[in-house]
Design a binder for this molecule. Structure first.
Ligand code: AHM
Ligand code: MG
Length: 321
């Protein structure tokens, strides 16, 4: 019987050739554990309502809020105990969290539960992470730890909680996919060195925004619609990115103006949404840009900075530039 490699086996095998990756392998194992815990909790999200009704408490709204908070606290608490990370940034934290690990050599940025409104309706959600080396020139809890360009990332990836739970990551030598075997409680290697197909059958853009984007973005959208024959919008970036990486496609979230005053604003966050996915996209032979420069070359100005994003098929991303 052949069984695919478990994540642990994979990481240990890699360490034979790259002993310098020891700490990153440990970090990956920690993030995988967090992914398993969040997977178990999101799978029970619908049941929490039933349990709430049984005790005659309507916890519906609270439950949703709880899941965002639960995932954020889990990342924070778990990682502060592993002593590998010095600091954490998160969509759910206004400021950098100093994890008080003086020996920590890395800092991590999280979107703990991307697409969290999908929880209401049993649709996919994800956890995104981006790892940088800690800068020794500033304190661990300084925002500057996270104002490093995406090119400096040493590891990045996501966990997708969909029809199955998948861990997708890169540490700079391709993109590797592991699928959670719930019975074994292990992530098993399902695809190594994934490449985005050259064909681009899919595009992901929220069509409701078409009347609210700039003229140049609309011209680009027209091109995308010609290239791709199918439109998909999961409402969770992780899920849309994943489809496009596997099947071939392009994801487009430009700045949007809903005020009618030509005040175009982007939505997605640079540090814990665009940067890690751009690292994955480039490692899978794709590209990512904000319409002007590669996402990985942007030097973030603030922790929660937002960016326009075009990511996926390389030749189409190039057309936008
Ligand atoms: P979130 O991190 O608060 O969940 O917001 C990000 C999400 C992305 O996952 C998704 O692509 C986008 O917001 C959907 O936005 P919209 O509802 O405007 O279509
Ligand atoms: Mg998000």
């Amino acid at each position: 019987m052949t069984l695919p490699k478990t994540l642990q086996q994979y990481l240990l095998t890699e360490l034979k050739d790259h002993p310098e990756r020891y700490e990153l392998a440990m970090l990956m194992a920690d993030i995988a554990t967090i992914g398993k815990l969040i997977s178990a909790r999101t799978n029970r999200a619908g049941l929490t309502d039933i349990i709430g009704l049984a005790s005659s408490t309507n916890v519906h709204d609270e439950t949703q809020a709880k899941l965002d908070i639960y995932t954020n606290n889990l990342c924070k608490d778990y990682l502060s105990n592993t002593h590998l990370f010095a600091a954490l940034a998160s969509e759910e934290e206004e400021k950098v969290v100093d994890l008080k690990n003086p020996d920590g050599k890395y800092v991590v940025a999280f979107d703990p539960l991307d697409g969290s409104s999908n929880i209401d309706v049993n649709m996919p959600v994800g956890t995104i992470f981006s790892v940088h080396k800690k800068l020794d020139t500033v304190p661990a809890g300084d925002e500057k730890q996270f104002l490093q360009p995406g090119r400096e990332q040493v590891m990045a990836g996501y966990v997708l909680y969909g029809s199955s739970t998948m861990l997708v990551f890169t540490w700079g030598d391709g993109v590797h996919i592991f699928t959670l075997d719930v019975d074994l409680g292990e992530f098993l290697l399902s695809d190594a060195h994934v490449k985005i197909p050259d064909e681009c059958p899919y595009y992901s853009f929220n069509e409701a925004y078409a009347p609210h984007i700039s003229k140049s973005d609309l011209r680009f959208l027209t091109k995308i619609r010609k290239h791709a024959s199918k439109q998909r919008w999961a409402g969770a970036f992780v899920a849309d990115f994943h489809r496009n990486m596997i099947k071939g496609g392009i994801f487009f979230y430009p700045a949007v103006d809903t005020s009618g005053e030509q005040d175009f604003k982007p939505k997605l966050r640079l540090n814990y949404e665009a940067k890690p996915m751009a690292f994955l996209a480039e490692q899978a032979g794709g590209a990512a840009s904000n319409g002007k420069i590669a996402i990985l070359d942007i030097v973030p100005g603030t922790l929660h900075e937002r960016t326009a994003l075009i990511i996926g098929n390389k030749s189409i991303v190039k057309e936008a530039l």
